[in-house]
Design a protein around this ligand. Sequence first.
Ligand code: CU
Length: 351
Amino acid sequence: MHRLRAPGMGWKRMPLFCWTLYGTGCIQLLATPIVGITFLMVMAERLLGIGFFDPAIGGDPILYQHLFWIYSHPAVYIMILPAMGVITEIIPTFARKTIFGYTALIVSSMAIAFVGYFVWGHHMFTSGMSSTSRWVFSLLTFLVAIPSAIKVFNWTATMYKGSINIQPPFLWAIAFIFVFMIGGFSGLVVGSLATDIHVHDTAFVVAHFHYIVFGGTGFAFFGALHYWYPKMFARMYNIRTANIGLLIFFIGFNLLYFPMFYLGLMGMPRRYYDYIPMFEPANFLSTIGSWIMATGLIIILVNLARARKMTGKAVDDPWEGKTLEWQIQSPPTVENFETIPTVTTGPYDYK
Ligand SMILES: [Cu+2]
């Protein structure tokens, strides 16, 4: 991005998906070495007997937990930032409107990447930390919710008074916003000191995690697949089947994971396959949900796989997207462009 932008493609003309990848790149560069160093420490402990984490040889297991989460909280943003980028591409295309708050979306991506380094302690409220560090981590966790909320606001504002073209990628984006917000709100519950003590290590956390990482990244992944599929393969899938698959998947997803919020609040611990009789009805619903979700997933994947074999080429720009990839033929040729394009407008110039 620093060296290979096309002529005319200023920083403020880059598609926002690229900006989220830029933020992701920063996290990967700075956070991944931490887990690498941690593994080196584990090796030094096991092979050379240097006591880092094992109390028997003078180490501290809580130190391992700190190092793990200093990497692993930013790692969640490695998963969710590109997903947010995908949604930011899909919504203006199908609302036929310029993105609302382009700069705010860049700043929020970079803010998520930055603040994400300072909240790891929220995974360790019950591990034994000083009360001061606990409330500081809780406060910082609330701060990281702000840029995500800015994104949701801007996506909604982009759709406002747009001429909405309801197609599978757009429906995936709407479904993303719905499940991501449930994930986000439940994140406030686990990010607050008092309530986290109650739900820590319960099914509530499992529900929250899946609403963010599967409901967020997973939904955006399928949205992206349906958005760029005609570009990748020059074939169009069956729109109706794609919508039915999404609907079934969405119902199954919520039936699978929503009961876990209830189970966790009632005290069912995570990581156990067995449970007391009072937890049976909700677990039963969850199981049914998983079958419905799998059915939806099969419909979606079969529909996409079948589209590969369909005859008749999809048009190069079926959604009338404005970003550069839609200006070239489908599937893109080697090196994408025959001549280097000159960019004269912003990525979402609909009006
Ligand atoms: Cu975290």
